[in-house]
Design a protein around this ligand. Structure first.
Ligand SMILES: [Cu+2]
Length: 144
């Protein structure tokens, strides 16, 4: 009895966290790593609104993603962009940063969430973009 109550509590709090963490994801229909990144977000309690787009560069331009930070998919949470394979933990960081208008993992580094193919892990940074459109390093992930 006690166990099932605990399970219910956990379930309820996860559901509430999921509701607060809704993200829109724009992606190309044929992008496999984009879907793998969506899985990573869902595994971390995000609710994902999936948008299949015909022209991703137009979407990026509209959302204000600088070409130097571009990757495959583009997410939007709280009006901020989330470009590329940004780890869930860094999206939470971005939400705590009113000075930033978005965050990105430029390119598609091996070993980033959704880009796990074999054992290779590239070193990569999560770059925040401030209101002056300057880059700010949000996280530094070492490679192997
Ligand atoms: Cu990708």
């Amino acid at each position: 009895m006690r166990r099932s109550l605990l399970a219910l509590c956990l379930f309820t709090s996860l559901a509430q966290a999921g509701e607060a963490l809704t993200i829109d994801v724009h992606r190309d229909a044929n992008c496999g790593c984009c879907k793998a990144w969506i899985d990573h977000l869902q595994d971390n309690g995000f609710t994902v609104n999936d948008h299949v787009e015909a022209d991703m560069s137009a979407v990026k331009q509209k959302l204000g993603v600088p070409p130097r930070l571009a990757s495959c998919h583009t997410g939007v949470i709280d009006g901020k962009f989330v470009e590329g394979h940004v780890p869930a933990a860094d999206i939470l960081k971005l939400r705590q940063r009113p000075d930033l208008i978005g965050a990105a993992v430029p390119g598609m580094p091996m070993g980033s969430p959704g880009m796990e193919y074999g054992n290779r892990i590239d070193a990569y940074q999560v770059i925040g973009l401030d209101k002056q459109r300057q880059d700010v390093v949000l996280s530094d992930y070492p490679g192997n």
